[in-house]
Design a protein around this ligand. Structure first.
Ligand SMILES: *Cc1c(COP(=O)(O)O)cnc(C)c1O
Length: 428
């Protein structure tokens, strides 16, 4: 079956899954099993040697989880991928085959706050490090790359400030440096942007957000374009040379599946950041309506941003879909169907007015999440970006007078009415 010929919404419903061969079940069953019976000793040996593909143990692979990974790979135009236990797990899983002690990544200074923390502190325990740069300054990106750099990392639409990355330019820099571009596509989703079409090698997702779409699952995805030549240099020995952690197999000989198989056979096997089949099932359900939901999310976000921009109580709205945004033109090239549904507004009343607004909203839920069917609000400086210092907060678009909105799929008039009464209370 040639899935490449199907449109996005067809793939969202069908890719990665066939009717269950054992029962004919039309929906992807939740294979709630830890292990799988081998036909005989030879079958078992062939599976362990990767000579035949099949299921061994659910820390590595599971049919429900595999359907999800394959569906996202199809939507992203990728060769393969893995599902894992969270978005943050996906980031570690993406880096794991590429990195070793002493290696670094060049990362955008405008990333999800938790990612900045993970890259600033936690990965140092592995001997890895990150150099943060403003990825709009392409010379700075180029200058930050050194002999130990193993990837460039950015977000398509950076949360929370609505910055759109110039993926094509960053991919060209990565290519010149002989390293992959890794893109966190969580806030855009493949419906708005397929980073691989812009030259990215690896795409990571927090499936917790729009992919599942309704705030029921914590999960992550990594997909690989299959096009990076890992053996072109000696930078990626886990892939280009015999891997001691997998009886000396040279994963690069597996061609476009090299990264996916390493991430499964070594990454999931030894780090164990596995997605559970029930979570994968919910995310598959969510993805079936991804296109429909994103269309509404984007339409609502644009209407709300336009309304807020005209409101005298509001100092600034950072939404790349507004023609006042410095990212408006870039957004048309990178996310042509819309600039997402996540943006910030600055309030003239500063920190206190922000806190009052958050406390006064009724329809919006005050939560540390985004990409839910429900409209959500948070004050980053006192929550998600609290671990960052003032300079990092400002660089990340999370200054003290900034509130982040994740616009849901409710009736847009109700969303605007709630913001109207909230702003009235905040500025009283
Ligand atoms: C939420 C989020 C993450 C982390 O994902 P979890 O599933 O919470 O681990 C990473 N990147 C972005 C852009 C996110 O929004």
């Amino acid at each position: 079956m040639s899935e490449q010929t199907y449109g996005f919404d067809t793939l969202a419903v069908h890719a990665g899954a066939e009717p269950d061969p054992a029962t004919g079940a039309r929906q992807v069953p939740i294979y709630q099993t830890t292990a799988y019976v081998f036909r005989d000793a030879d079958h078992a040996a062939r599976l362990f040697n990767l000579e035949e593909l099949g299921f061994i143990y659910s820390r590595l692979t599971n049919p429900t989880v595999a359907a999800l990974a394959n569906r996202v790979a199809a939507l992203e135009g990728a060769a393969g991928g893995i599902a894992c236990s969270s978005g943050h797990a996906a980031q570690i899983m993406a880096l794991f085959p590429l990195m070793g002690p002493g290696c670094n990544i060049v990362a955008s200074s405008r990333l999800y706050g938790g990612t900045i923390t993970q890259f600033s502190h936690t990965i140092r325990r592995f001997g890895w490090s990150a150099t943060f740069v403003d990825t709009d300054d392409l010379d700075a990106v180029e200058a930050a790359i050194d002999d130990n750099t193993r990837a460039i990392f950015c977000e398509t639409i950076a949360n929370p400030g609505g910055y759109v990355s110039d993926l094509d330019a960053l991919a060209r820099i990565a290519e010149r440096a002989g390293v992959p571009l890794i893109v966190d596509n969580t806030t855009a989703t493949p419906w708005l942007c397929r980073p691989i079409d812009h030259g990215a090698t690896l795409v990571v997702h927090s499936a917790t957000k729009y992919l599942t779409g309704n705030g029921t699952v914590t999960g992550g995805i990594v997909v690989d374009s299959g096009r990076f030549d890992w053996a072109a240099s000696d930078k990626f020995p886990s892939l280009s040379q015999p891997e001691p952690a997998y009886h000396g197999l040279t994963f690069a000989t597996l061609g476009e599946m090299a990264f996916t198989f390493h991430a499964t056979a070594v990454g999931l096997r030894d780090l164990g950041m596995t997605m559970n089949p029930q979570g994968a099932h919910y995310t598959l359900m969510g993805i079936e309506t991804l296109g429909l939901r994103m269309e509404r999310h984007v339409a609502n976000a644009r209407a709300v941003a336009e309304w807020l921009e005209k409101d005298p109580r509001v100092e600034q709205v950072t939404y790349a879909g507004l023609d006042s945004s410095p990212y408006f033109e870039r957004s048309k090239a990178i996310t042509p169907k819309g600039a997402g549904a996540l943006f910030t507004l600055g309030l003239k009343g500063g920190y206190d007015a922000c806190v009052k607004l958050v406390d006064s909203l009724k329809l919006f839920s005050h939560v540390a999440n985004l990409g839910d069917t429900r409209s959500l609000v948070i004050h980053p400086a006192s929550t998600t970006h609290r671990q960052l210092d003032a300079e990092q907060q400002a660089k990340a678009g999370a200054a003290p007078n900034v509130v982040r909105l994740s616009i849901g799929i409710e009736s847009v008039d109700d969303i605007i009415a709630d913001l109207d009464q909230g702003l009235a209370a905040a500025t009283a």
